[in-house]
Design a protein around this ligand. Structure first.
Ligand code: ARG
Length: 581
């Protein structure tokens, strides 16, 4: 479909003064209206006509150019494009099964587009990952995968919160409670130490003073404190790695806040000389205004005791990343509670006159709300990610047992446990991603792991169903290898549900592109639901196996094409593919 959309786009752009992009085309909710559409609201002003008139005008202008392959029509303010059925059939299925990307339909050549830095995850160390981190982690990781697939040169960064006074506090705790770096401590032990020292600090004010001193020593790289700090990071990373592995998350760079520690003072000096930093009540701040010239909370970069802050490190990090990667786009996938923080960071960069600040964006993510009584009694931030994964896995195991699936089929390579893990991860990840990233998510475990409805397991199941049809076919000698050679049979696929399924599959590249444009994995997630729905209609209406060899063969191609798009799309989202369910 992308090819056809590009044809439409080209002819549209020849008729427009200001060019539009591929992602300005929308996919109509009702396929009857067309395969893609251009909403004309935004164009109305430059044409000085109503959106409906613009649609009609454009329609008459470009009709002749695209008429061979695409039908153009209007529906109110929308210009609709419908690809002619015979064209869809012959080219789309061929693209999916035999395209130049060889099994990676919709991908673009490696590093053929810009450089993109994507920051996600970024938890604070010395605390377990909590459910709140899931959102930024899985959204960031899916954008990362889709961007690479679509030809961007991506550098992914985990900006760990590993610097600040709290590590001074932990060092004091080590001293006070006689812990050493040789002790084998877990992440839970660290949390306990931290909670204990903080509650002791309420009674004993000297602890605060000691912690401040300890952090100053850490900044000076005093060996003993540095060792303790390193130990805390090591313990935390071990814990994080386990969860990242389960979620199939890999970062190119784990550069925590401490990575920039030696760049902070030179940065501050520089900003002082330039007059960007001004003194206010002993601290050094950057006064800011927002896009409407309204005063914004100033950004403090140095406290009155000379210490630096979270924001100071973010400015240093942004400058460093641009120096390293000369990126074309930098995305921070971080919770919505940090909106102001990023406004300030971008504001400071703007004041510094860096031209690339326009290429930086903060994608805010919402919170989790729990329906489950046990979980809801605690604040969202205190529910750990591992707890949620364990809960999901337990539910999946129960569901599978209820269905009598307690052991793998004879030919299976995966154990019951492995399958349950894949379904649980798929359920949690898909549930998160199919929601709008900016909105809060309601978490109801019953719905998340449901094998029916718009859930991860439902899509995983659709994929295994394709697999089992193909498996059955190959045992009856309709082998998968021969599928590629039967493209001459595609003209046999001419029922409406077959045509609709092919068209839907063909929209995969467009949805990938929209996912990136709006930084919303929900775009891809909803598309995959649509594929499954469309496949369901096809499967109900068109018998696949046991027909004349030729028709069966043609339909198997369609099953294989569906399987590939589902497999690719789910993998890009980070939803694993169980072999059976
Ligand atoms: N560590 C922070 C937290 O857990 C998030 C860091 C976000 N990234 C950044 N560049 N400020 O709240």
């Amino acid at each position: 479909m992308e090819r056809f959309a590009k044809i439409a786009l080209e002819s549209l752009n020849s008729a427009l003064k200001v060019p539009i992009q591929l992602t300005d085309l929308e996919i109509p909710p009702d396929p009857q209206l067309g395969d893609f559409a251009l909403p004309c609201f935004k164009l109305a002003q430059s044409f000085q006509k109503s959106p409906n008139q613009v649609a009609q005008l454009l329609c008459s202008k470009i009709q002749d150019q695209v008429t061979d392959e695409i039908l153009v029509s209007t529906q109110g303010p929308y210009l609709n494009f419908t690809v002619r059925p015979q064209k869809v059939l012959s080219s789309l299925l061929k693209d999916i099964l035999l395209g130049p990307e060889r099994g990676h339909y919709g991908s673009l050549p490696k590093n053929s587009r810009g450089k993109w830095v994507i920051e996600y995850g970024s938890p604070n160390v010395a605390k377990p990952l909590n459910i709140y981190h899931l959102r930024t982690t899985v959204l960031g990781a899916s954008l990362d995968r889709v961007a690479r697939y679509r030809g961007y040169e991506v550098s992914s960064i985990n900006h760990l919160g590993d610097w600040g006074k709290q590590y001074g506090m932990l060092a004091v705790a080590f001293e006070r409670y006689h812990k050493t770096v040789e002790d084998s401590l877990s992440l839970t032990d660290l949390v306990e130490l931290y909670v204990k020292i903080n509650s002791d600090a309420e009674k004993d004010p000297t602890i605060e003073i000691q912690a401040k001193q300890a952090f100053l020593d850490l900044e000076k790289e005093e060996p003993k404190i540095t060792q303790i700090w390193k130990k805390c990071i090591e313990i935390s990373l071990q814990g994080f790695r386990h969860s990242y592995q389960r979620l199939n998350i890999h970062f190119d760079y784990i550069w925590g806040e401490s990575h920039y520690k030696n760049q902070l003072i030179p940065l501050i000096e520089n900003l002082k000389t330039q007059g960007i930093l001004v003194q206010s009540e002993g601290a050094w701040i950057v006064p800011l205004v927002d896009e409407n010239n309204k005063e914004l909370t100033p950004c403090i970069l140095q406290k009155n005791d000379g210490g630096t802050l979270y924001a100071t490190r973010d400015i240093a990090a942004a400058l460093y990343r641009h120096k390293q990667f000369a990126f074309d786009r930098m995305t921070y996938v971080v919770g919505a509670d940090q909106k102001l923080h990023f406004k300030q960071i971008f504001g400071v960069l703007k004041k510094m006159g860096v031209p690339w600040v326009k290429d930086c964006e903060h994608i805010p993510t919402g919170l989790y709300r729990f329906k489950d009584a046990k979980m809801s009694t605690r604040k969202g931030n205190f529910v750990t990610l591992e707890e949620v994964l364990a809960l999901a896995k337990q539910k999946v195991i129960t569901l599978m047992q209820d269905r009598g699936h307690t052991s793998p089929p004879a030919q299976s390579q995966s154990s019951f446990e492995e399958i349950a893990e894949k379904i649980a991860i798929g359920a949690i990840v898909f549930h998160d991603l199919h929601n709008d990233p900016a909105r809060d998510v309601e978490f109801d475990i019953e719905r998340v792991v449901d094998f029916e409805g718009e859930t991860g397991p439902y899509l995983q199941y659709a994929h295994t169903r394709c697999l089992s049809i193909l498996r059955k076919a190959s045992t009856t000698s309709q082998s998968q290898e021969s599928i590629e050679f039967s493209l001459s049979l595609i003209s046999l696929l001419n029922s409406p549900s077959e045509l609709q399924l092919i068209k839907t599959l063909g929209q995969f590249p467009l949805h990938l592109e929209r996912t990136l444009r709006f930084s919303k994995a929900s775009q891809l997630a909803h598309f995959l639901i649509e594929v499954t729905r469309s496949f369901g209609v096809f499967y109900r209406q068109c018998q696949v196996l046991g027909h004349s060899t030729q028709l069966t063969q043609a339909r198997l191609m369609l099953v294989e094409a569906t399987r590939r798009v589902l497999a690719q799309g789910l993998t890009l989202l980070g939803v694993p593919l169980p072999e059976w369910m």
